[in-house]
Design a protein around this ligand. Sequence first.
Ligand code: C2E
Ligand code: MG
Ligand code: MG
Ligand code: MG
Length: 291
Amino acid sequence: KAKEQGVNKFKVFNKTMHEKALQSLLIETEIRQGIPENEFFPYFQPVYSMQNRNLAGFEALVRWNHPERGFLTPDQIIPVAEETGLIVELDRIILFEACRFMSAWIRLYPNANDLFLTVNLSPSQLSKPDLAEAIETIVQETKIPADNLKLEITESAIMERNAASSLNLKKIGEMGIRLAVDDFGTGYSSLAQLQRFPASTVKIDRSFVSHMASDHESLEIVRAVNALGHSLSMDVIAEGVETREQLILLKDIGCDYVQGYYFDKPQTNEDAEKLVKMRSEGFCPPGLTTI
Ligand code: C2E
Ligand code: MG
Ligand code: MG
Ligand code: MG
C-alpha cells in the first residue's frame, strides 16, 4: 500500500513538473513572438519626495498586452524571461521606451527636468559585456539627460560581483547614470558589500513597510535601513506605502521618498504625463501636504 502511494505521489509530482515545463515553453515562445509586435511596454509608478511634498519621479515597470490573455504583470513574465535569457532584450525595450517618455516630458513641461526615472535591471544583465554600450546607445537615442536616470538592481545582485559587472558599473557611473539598490533587507548582503556598491539610493523592501505599523521588528528594520542608507550618503525610498499610518511613521523616521498604492498604482504613460503636467502647473498631491 505504502509503495503504491509512493508511486502515485511520484507520478503526480512528475506530471506537475511536466506541465510546468510545457507552460514555460509556451510563455517563452509567446514572449519571442510578442517582442517584435510591441506587446511589452512600461507602466509608471510615481515616487514622491517627503521634503518637497511633491512628485519626484517614476519607476518604470514592465507590462504585457497579450493578444489572447490580455494585460499581464511581471510575475507572469519575469521568471520565464530570466530562465531563457529573454530578460536582456525585454529590459532593454523597457529602458528604451521609459527613457523616451521621460525625455519627452522633460522637454514638454517646465520644471520637469528634476524628475528622476528608475528602471529595473535584471541581475543577469550586470555581467553582460555589452551592457554599458547598450545603455549608452539608449541614452543617446532617447536624449534623456543621464542624470535623470537611475537603474535599480536588487540587493541579492550586489553580492555577485565579478570583473565584467564591476567594469559595467564603472562605465555606467562615468556616464552620469545613478544606481539604486532595490528590495533592500530581503537579501543577505553585508554592510561592507553595500558600502562598496556605487549606489546613490537604497529602496526599503515592501515587506517591511507593509508591516511597520503592526510589527515592532519591521519598524526597527525600516529605521535601521534608513539610518544605514543615510550614513552611506544614500537617499532612501520606501516602497509599498499603502496607509497614512505608514506614511506618518516614515516621515518621523526621516525617509526621503515614498512610493505605493497610498498615492498611486503603476499607470499608463498618459496618466503619468498628466501628473507631470499638473506638477508643472503648481499642483501638490493632497496626501502629502497634510502630514
Ligand atoms: P520592484 O522593482 O520591487 O517593483 C515594485 C513592485 O511593487 C511593483 O510590482 C509595484 O506595482 C508593486 N507595488 C508598489 N507599491 C505597492 C503597494 O503599495 N502595494 C502593493 N501590494 N504592491 C506595490 P510589479 O509591477 O508587479 O513588479 C514586480 C517586480 O517585477 C518588480 O519589483 C521587479 O523586481 C520586477 N520587474 C518589473 N518590471 C521589470 C523590468 O522591466 N525588468 C526587470 N528586470 N524586472 C522588472
Ligand atoms: Mg524596482
Ligand atoms: Mg522593489
Ligand atoms: Mg520588489
